[in-house]
Design a protein. Structure first.
Length: 240
């Protein structure tokens, strides 16, 4: 079960991206468990709205959702991957200002960590990057809520990418721009790709999910290559 964790600073858009990625996975045919580590229960509240709006004709793909304290994360993920649940992907959302234990558990459990961040807030993500690096988990900054039109005094996307590269921090090539459609959709228990499927917000989420899938395929190919090389070395030693 491929697992994505979203960590980062307050108001960076983690929860909105977590919801959208989980729905994108479901739309791609991957049963998905969306895990809410936020004591505030933002995702569970959103799930309640989805159920309340279920009478509408809007097509939706509902990920499985659960709320869990940090110490229950590992058992929740183990249960999600059992045949009775059948999840093939998990998306973990963390709270704004989550403590080090929560962030550590989320990064340790993930195959890929995403750190949503506004271009102007790059200096705030250092601790999250350090935690993910200690966990040896591939980590990527996602430039999020980026102003569509550049305003004087604001960090541009090229400037942000240059700064990230200078510190050796990987980043997603997909930029998530400031799109009110995300907020509008979330208010009715939906995601942008469900309520506004033809708008740029939906296309950007689709591109981000496709990129994450590509990262997973690369990881899988490398793991298979490593397994094959290990098996070849073992066979050579036996023959020797």
């Amino acid at each position: 079960m491929f697992t994505i964790s979203l960590i980062g600073e307050a108001s960076a858009g983690k929860t909105t991206l977590a919801m959208a990625l989980a729905v994108a996975a479901e739309r791609a045919g991957l049963p998905t468990m969306l895990v809410d580590l936020d004591p505030g229960g933002s995702i569970m509240a959103w799930t309640g709205m989805r159920k309340a709006e279920a009478v509408n004709a809007v097509p939706r793909h509902a990920p499985m959702c659960c709320s869990a304290p940090t110490h229950q994360l590992r058992p929740v993920l183990e249960a999600a991957r059992t045949p009775s649940v059948g999840a093939r992907m998990a998306v973990i959302d963390t709270a704004s200002g989550a403590d080090a234990d929560t962030l550590d558990a989320a990064t340790q459990a993930a195959h890929v960590v995403l750190v949503p961040c506004r271009p102007a807030d790059l200096t705030a993500i250092g601790p999250c990057i350090d935690l993910a690096r200690r966990a040896d988990t591939p980590t990527f900054v996602v430039l999020n809520d980026v102003p569509i039109q550049h305003r004087a005094g604001f960090t541009t996307v090229p400037q942000a990418r240059t700064a990230l590269a200078a510190f050796g921090i990987d980043f997603s090539p997909i930029v998530m721009y400031h799109r009110p459609n995300h907020v509008q959709a979330r208010a009715s228990g939906l995601t942008a790709q469900e309520r506004f499927p033809m708008r740029p917000a939906a296309r950007e989420i689709g591109a981000l999910f496709a990129w994450v899938e590509g990262v997973q395929l690369i990881k899988t190919d490398r793991a298979q290559d490593d397994d094959a090389q290990s098996s070849t070395r073992g066979e050579a030693r036996r023959k020797g």
